[in-house]
Design a protein around this ligand. Structure first.
Ligand SMILES: Cc1cc2nc3c(=O)[nH]c(=O)nc-3n(C[C@H](O)[C@H](O)[C@H](O)COP(=O)(O)OP(=O)(O)OC[C@H]3O[C@@H](n4cnc5c(N)ncnc54)[C@H](O)[C@@H]3O)c2cc1C
Length: 428
């Protein structure tokens, strides 16, 4: 049975209560709009993606959450370190060498179950209505215009909710992008990741304890090493599927254990402590939505674009797009105008950031590239690289790309992201 009542009419509907959904809902609720978040899971729920970068600071400040983060138990992160294939550590890239020590220069390693619950509760506290254990199954349309969603509760009951605008914040699964045929794979960034957790493994002393370490697997991929609170460690390996499953090895645990042997630093750090819980595997990395939305629909966070996580850009992009979408949708509600074209600036801004990060990711995966080679030739590139790695991605990096192109080719921007104009026959 389908239930619809006047109580099911909102100013905005948000699909998904992750960082993108919770942040856009918090902004909209703060403006006083009636916003509904529909989340499939019951929070706190597990999620990968645990390392923040400095420029998550601004959206977190906008959400009023910096004091909460400062008093939380999350491990403080001051730097990123790269480990060569032979196991040699680079100098840490300390953020405070470039940014204000009291704000942007210190970020956090989070446990997503706890962090995402903080974000979602923040949206609730600001007045958003949040329903958990309810799965959006379908967009409701009037002609081409999205006018709401049909969702199923855990009990099996089907419910319809209506609003002049729906924000798709469904994450990497990209609910509307998949259904509209808008999802494009990034041809080169097609990796898989295998990861698990350790308790009591080896840590660096002092302020280096919370560093994100990226350790190379020779010519193939990399490990992440992310220290968390309660002496836990998130550790995973990312590479081409063909490489990780060579000789017919398919079990995540076997893949992981074999790769530990490929980097002496990782092997040494995992030589003490206890592996905890399951091994995870994920494939189908990096995708882009052809459009940021259409009439009555806006895509936010991973649902808009998901980039290989080597530089931990996902949370920054999700929170930035969430807060920005909140502002843009607020204006649309105030002006009672939800024409897709009004989100063109949002799309341009977010795509520009994604494209800058994407160029650095492409360079990273080219065996001929090293940060050191570029910085040795062009010392001023160090600051530009730090800005991009820290998430200050909405600036003109043309001088940096020109320098890096002397070493490795970089991809052109993908011609995607602009809203689908009303009446466009591409809408399916
Ligand atoms: C292996 C790996 C490592 C990563 N490491 C990092 C990292 O170190 N740092 C970093 O910043 N990022 C990292 N990321 C990326 C990061 O996890 C994401 O960018 C981030 O979670 C995006 O937030 P989101 O809100 O867009 O999506 P999500 O966090 O995925 O939230 C989407 C929510 O929508 C809900 N949902 C989905 N479909 C429906 C539906 N139909 N109905 C109702 N609810 C629905 C889901 O249950 C989920 O709660 C990593 C990603 C991967 C895969």
């Amino acid at each position: 049975m389908t239930a619809t009542t006047n109580g099911n009419q909102f100013d905005a509907i948000v699909i998904g209560g992750g960082p993108a959904g919770a942040s856009s809902a918090a902004i909209l609720a703060e403006y006083g709009h009636r916003v509904l978040v529909l989340e499939r899971e019951k929070f706190p729920r597990y999620h990968i993606g645990e390392s923040m970068i400095p420029f998550t600071y601004q959206p977190m400040e906008r959400l009023g959450l910096i004091p909460v983060m400062k008093t939380s138990g999350f491990v403080k992160k001051y730097s990123v370190v790269f480990i060569s294939p032979s196991g040699r550590a680079s100098q840490p890239f300390y953020f405070f060498n470039r940014y204000d020590r009291e704000s942007v220069a210190q970020t956090w390693q989070v446990l997503r179950s706890e962090f995402d619950e903080i974000l979602l509760n923040n949206a609730r506290a600001k007045g958003a209505e949040v329903l958990e254990e309810i799965t959006v199954q379908e967009l409701l349309r009037a002609g081409d215009r999205v006018v709401g969603v049909r969702a199923q509760k855990k009990s099996g009951e089907i419910v319809e909710f209506r609003a002049p605008i729906t924000l798709d914040c469904s994450g990497k699964e990209a609910f509307t992008s998949v259904r509209n045929g808008w999802r494009l794979k990034d041809p080169y960034l097609n990796k898989i990741a295998v990861w698990t957790y350790y308790k009591g493994s080896k840590r660096e002393p002092g302020i280096d304890e919370g560093a994100t370490t990226v350790a190379y697997v020779p010519d193939k991929g990399w490990f992440w090493h992310i220290p968390q609170h309660n002496d836990m460690l998130s550790v995973g390996v990312v590479a081409e599927g063909k490489y990780l499953t060579r000789d017919g090895v398919r079990e995540p645990e076997q893949i992981f254990k074999r790769e530990i042997e490929q980097n002496a630093w990782i092997k040494d750090h995992l030589s003490v402590g206890q592996q905890v819980g399951q091994y995870y595997l994920i494939s189908e990395y990096s995708h882009h939505a052809r459009h940021c939305g259409s009439d009555g629909l806006l895509l936010v966070g991973d649902a808009f674009a998901f980039l290989d996580p080597v530089f931990s850009s996902g949370l920054m992009l999700a929170l930035k797009s969430g807060t920005m979408a909140g502002d843009a949708v607020h204006q649309a509600i105030v002006e009672r105008n939800f024409a897709p074209e009004r989100f063109a600036d949002y799309a341009r801004f977010m795509r520009a950031g994604v494209e800058n990060m994407r160029k650095l990711v492409y360079a990273f995966y080219n065996p001929a590239f090293s940060f050191k080679k570029v910085i040795d030739k062009y010392p001023e590139a160090g600051g530009e690289i730090t800005d991009c790695l820290s998430g200050d991605v909405n600036k003109d990096f043309t001088p940096l790309w020109n320098k890096i192109r002397e070493f490795v080719p970089l991809p052109d921007d993908l011609p995607v992201g602009q809203p689908l104009p009303t009446g466009d026959p591409a809408l399916v």
